[in-house]
Design a binder for this molecule. Structure first.
Ligand code: B16
Ligand code: MG
Length: 219
């Protein structure tokens, strides 16, 4: 039985990973090294400060800064990221997502956001998606980053639905692991081989229906 769908944001609903990458790459450039897209993969789904550690490690600078300096670097990156996301429009919602969210809404299935991002609210508003979510759990409400199950467990708790009736949509391996640890089934979105542990795989939401979801996870 599926009563609630919990969605990761970056990489599932919108492709903000490209903006995170650009902002981190600019910071790295200022610090004097290149941060490649391949290295950027390791920032997906993890918290802002954990992402900064990934970037600094790539430049061999992991022990160079105090905690206070690291906070300043993370703020600088976030200011640049905000430049990008405050210009987003509803056109950037990934294909088929809005239609699927509307179908869930019509069927009375609860829709929850479970994102590590502290900027999730800005993105939902810019993309006109806020009314389609019954609850939003973002990086401002949780203290433990994925793969810790906190973000998804909190979403289920707030909406009052047992974990066994929740399905998580995720594009990052850390998120799939978080879902499993929360006792939930998961859909690995985007086709990466790193998502093989998800209950089912989904390349794109285009044409995807609740019936397809039930057939894929209700085994
Ligand atoms: P912020 P998700 C995550 O969002 C991103 O995938 C990850 O790259 C980012 O570091 C994290 O949010 C924190 O984002 O700096 O905006 O608070 O995939 O969990 O929706
Ligand atoms: Mg993600």
């Amino acid at each position: 039985m599926i009563s609630c769908c919990i969605f990761d944001l970056d990489g599932v609903i919108v492709d903000t990973a490209k903006y995170h990458y650009l902002a981190w790459a600019e910071l790295a450039h200022k610090l004097g090294f290149e941060f490649t897209p391949e290295q950027g993969e390791a920032t997906k789904g993890v918290s802002r400060m954990a992402s900064l550690d990934v970037v600094l490690r790539a430049g061999g600078m992991e022990n160079r800064f105090t905690e206070e300096e690291k906070l300043a670097l993370a703020t600088e990156k976030n200011d640049r990221y905000l430049d990008f996301i405050t210009r987003m429009t509803a056109n950037e919602v990934l294909p088929g997502v809005k239609h699927f969210l509307e179908e869930l809404h019509t069927l009375g299935i609860k829709v929850v956001l479970g994102s590590a991002s502290k900027n999730a609210g800005v993105i939902l508003d810019r993309c006109d998606l806020r009314p389609l979510f019954d609850r939003v759990v973002d990086g401002t409400l949780v203290s433990k980053a994925k793969p810790d199950p906190e973000v998804f467990a909190k979403g289920a708790e707030l909406i009052g639905i047992p974990a066994a009736e929740c399905v998580v949509f995720e594009d990052a391996a850390a998120g799939v692991e978080a879902a499993t640890r929360a006792g939930m089934r998961s859909v690995g979105v985007g086709g990466s081989p790193l998502l093989e542990k998800a209950t089912m795989q989904l390349r794109s939401f285009e044409g995807f229906t609740f019936g397809d979801l039930k057939a894929g996870v209700d085994k």
